[in-house]
Design a protein around this ligand. Structure first.
Ligand SMILES: [Zn+2]
Length: 170
């Protein structure tokens, strides 16, 4: 190699998440996680999916521990591409109970980062998605698993209620 040529770190295939942990791991299932920043579907080992796991494409944190914002542009990709359950809070800025629940929802997102994808959808800016899912009151929480709705509940919940409901599968 000629002197002075740029040295780049050994790359990984695009879309495989990177982790701060490097120890060998036993055989385990791969898990798909859609990046909350660039919407790339990442595949990697479940035990590598931790707070240090980064997107193989944009290198940002895959589990930022806060709700990700869904829009018509990325909604279907997140519903279909995550192997973790995806929880969507259908809300709106003018909705008092939604705003009241927001801090608890953010805390739930931090605590459930490895267990579920926690997302928000602003029904004011995305009325098409609200009507597609027949959202009649907000806040309404909907849980998707393997691309399909498995549970929904309307009305604000506190943090213990959110954790319990989401961990029970909605
Ligand atoms: Zn990314």
């Amino acid at each position: 190699m000629p002197k002075g040529s740029p040295v780049s770190p050994p790359g990984r295939p695009k879309g495989e998440y990177r982790s701060a942990q490097h120890e060998g791991s036993p055989v385990s299932a791969h898990l798909r996680v859609v990046c909350p920043h660039c919407d790339t579907t990442n595949r990697g080992l479940r035990e590598r999916l931790d707070a240090g796991a980064n997107c193989g494409s944009c290198k940002q944190a895959l589990l930022p521990g806060r709700p990700l914002e869904l829009t018509a542009a990325n909604f279907d990709r997140h519903v279909a591409g995550n192997d973790l359950p995806l929880v969507v809070d259908f809300w709106a800025p003018w909705c008092g109970p939604c705003r009241m629940m927001a801090p608890a929802y953010e805390q739930a997102a931090a605590q459930l980062a490895r267990e579920a994808r926690i997302a928000k959808l602003d029904t004011e800016s995305e009325p098409g998605l609200a009507s597609r899912f027949g959202i009649r009151s907000i806040p309404t929480l909907v849980v998707f698993r393997n691309g399909r709705e498995v549970a929904r509940q309307s009305g604000a919940m506190d943090l213990p209620g959110l954790l319990r409901w989401i961990r029970a599968g909605g």
